[in-house]
Design a protein around this ligand. Structure first.
Ligand code: SF4
Length: 233
């Protein structure tokens, strides 16, 4: 995990029960204040022997306490790209709901993309899929994922799956969460199978509809229940 900064602003329907805002509210932290963290230089930090503290070969989850493409990060991002380039022995993955900003946030030598970067475009319903994935599909990227989490409506992804390595689906977690219909999950899975794209059902929703019945699940069971479905492929 590498969080060079933290904080975010809600920007679409999928942000309603954002786990960062919820966690911060409990600790009385203002999520809308975007601040650099002490771990800003984590990927290039070294120990006393002069070795990188982050061991080679790992996947680094970037900016999971915010959005890597948020406007406030603009002055800091160039330094992040330099660290990402220096650590070509690590693989960096970030998710974003602000894919429309990516082309203006890329480093000059990006070309067709860095080999060690995967970008995950998050979409929660058909409207956001059409808006964001049409932009996503046209961007130069070596590795791309689509993240449908929280999924709050049926989505037809068929037009956007070319070149995608993985589609992740998950429900919303909250007492007041919008329900996840299992039919939507299976439909996305079918779309992935048709296009030969890997599919992962990462978590159920707190309110989960299957075969016309609504279930309410505890937060700590959401991932286990999805795993039990055994539909990843
Ligand atoms: S974009 Fe992501 S991190 Fe930012 S508020 Fe929305 S859900 Fe939270």
């Amino acid at each position: 995990m590498w969080n060079p900064w933290r904080g975010c602003h809600r920007c679409s329907e999928g942000c309603k029960y954002c786990y960062i805002h919820k966690g911060d509210a409990k600790r009385k932290v203002d999520t809308d204040r975007i601040v650099k963290t002490n771990g800003f230089c984590a990927p290039v930090a070294k120990n006393q022997k002069g070795e990188y503290k982050m061991k080679p070969g790992q996947t680094v989850y970037l900016c999971f306490s915010g959005d890597f493409l948020i406007e406030e990060g603009d002055p800091w991002r160039k330094a992040c790209w330099e660290m990402i380039k220096e650590r070509s022995d690590l693989h960096f993955l970030f998710l974003t709901k602000r894919i429309q900003r990516l082309k203006d946030c890329l480093p000059e030598d990006w070309g067709e993309g860095y080999d060690n970067v995967t970008v995950g475009c998050t979409v929660e319903n058909q409207k956001r899929a059409d808006q964001r994935l049409s932009i996503f599909a046209a961007l130069p990227l070596k590795h791309r994922n689509i993240i449908c989490q929280p999924l709050i409506g049926a989505i037809d992804l068929a037009d956007y799956l070319d070149g995608v390595e993985l589609v992740v689906v998950g429900g919303e977690s909250d007492r007041y969460a919008r329900p996840l219909n299992y039919d939507w999950v299976l439909s996305i899975r079918e779309q992935c199978i048709k296009k030969g794209v890997a599919f992962q059902f990462r978590q159920c929703g707190t309110h989960f509809m299957k075969d016309g019945k609504m279930y309410t699940l505890k937060k700590d069971l959401l991932s286990a229940q999805a795993k039990k479905a055994n539909i990843d492929c």
